[in-house]
Design a protein around this ligand. Structure first.
Ligand SMILES: NC(=O)c1ccc[n+]([C@@H]2O[C@H](COP(=O)([O-])OP(=O)(O)OC[C@H]3O[C@@H](n4cnc5c(N)ncnc54)[C@H](O)[C@@H]3O)[C@@H](O)[C@H]2O)c1
Length: 313
């Protein structure tokens, strides 16, 4: 674990107990980063931290709700005391609620506030406390910026570089909207605006801020959902929507996040990188008409869309 490209870096992964965050915590640790998992699920967080340490990585966990300011503050303090520095913040945590599904007419104002507090507010709070800690930490020990004078028109004192990385998790739902999902769609769209704003604000301090927009990722929870409410034919219908003819796995997103945190991605900031097998760039009219025959041939197909009024978002 000491030879990866994130050696000497310390990371926080919110919602790092399982799913995309779980895979990301393992992937960053495998690249040499020390990882603090912050999650509300103590058991799963502990199990993921154990899995990392058992394979030679360095991980700790902290239990807390990241939509609360005290958690955001405490997680940064914990990373600084546990690892002595902070370089990477992956803002991934989300847990839906049934009352968050619906249109503006249907959603309760309390559900709106709670949903957006977690989808967007938590990312503001995370950055609020993480950025000063990243600046205080500076570039990782042993960082060699290379010669400044040379190619191009470089002059004067070089700007700070390799000070920090923030990766915010948006979704294809931040790029295209689904009906009756006001809270989630607005939240994931706002993550994109927040990412661009932070990229501009923190770029001069040597911190890059990017977002990833995953498509359908079959996490542990999604796997369970498919087993409970879907069937093989329904799952294949999902796969057929994707130009690459498969849905995603947590590692697809974890690898992308690890790249955005790597020295090789130093000049990338403010982007929203879809990790969606091409889902969001495809014209829908064609997809729908192309799938018509498949649906007619498989009238028994079932997906979670067959559950009425139970959308988790
Ligand atoms: N799975 C997908 O298909 C998919 C697609 C696009 C975007 N996303 C986004 O990716 C992120 C992770 O999704 P996932 O599918 O891996 O979810 P998941 O449910 O598998 O894992 C989410 C983790 O976040 C934790 N969590 C929930 N609320 C929290 C809170 N308030 N504070 C701290 N931790 C909390 C949960 O305990 C859990 O460990 C989310 O932001 C989600 O919106 C997921």
């Amino acid at each position: 674990m000491s030879s990866g490209n994130l050696v000497s870096k310390a990371a926080i992964v919110t919602g790092g107990a399982q799913g995309i965050g779980g895979a990301t915590a393992r992937r960053l640790a495998a690249a040499g980063a020390k990882v603090l998992i912050v999650d509300v699920d103590a058991q799963a967080a502990g199990a993921n931290a154990d899995a990392i340490t058992q394979t030679g990585g360095i991980a700790a966990c902290m239990i807390g709700d990241v939509s609360q300011e005290e958690t955001a503050k405490a997680m940064v303090e914990r990373a600084m005391s546990e690892f002595g520095r902070l370089d990477i913040l992956v803002q991934n945590a989300y847990g839906g609620g049934r009352d968050r599904a619906g249109s503006a007419v249907e959603v309760d104002p309390r559900a709106w506030r709670e949903g957006l507090d977690l989808l967007v507010g938590a990312l503001f709070l995370g950055a609020k406390y993480a950025v000063p800690a990243m600046v205080e930490s500076g570039p990782p020990p042993g960082y060699d910026p290379g010669p400044w004078q040379g190619a191009g028109l470089r002059h004067g004192t070089p700007p700070p570089r390799e000070v920090g990385r923030i990766v915010n998790i948006s979704s294809v739902h931040g790029l295209v909207q689904a009906p009756r999902s006001l809270v989630y769609e607005v939240g994931k769209s706002a993550v994109i605006g927040l990412t661009r704003q932070m990229a501009i604000d923190f770029g001069p301090q040597g911190i890059t801020v990017n977002a990833v927009a995953p498509g359908h990722i079959v996490t542990e929870r999604m796997e369970q959902m498919w087993q409970q409410t879907g069937n093989e034919e329904g799952f294949h219908l999902f796969e057929l929507h994707y130009p690459v003819r498969r849905t995603g796995v947590p590692d697809d997103v974890a690898h992308t996040i690890a790249f955005l945190c790597s020295p090789e991605a130093a000049f990338i900031t403010g982007v929203v990188l879809p990790v969606d097998g091409g889902l969001s760039i495809q014209l829908q009219e064609n997809v729908i008409m192309d799938l018509k025959e498949y649906i007619l041939e498989h009238p028994q197909l079932k997906t979670h869309f067959d559950r009425r009024n139970t959308a988790r978002r």
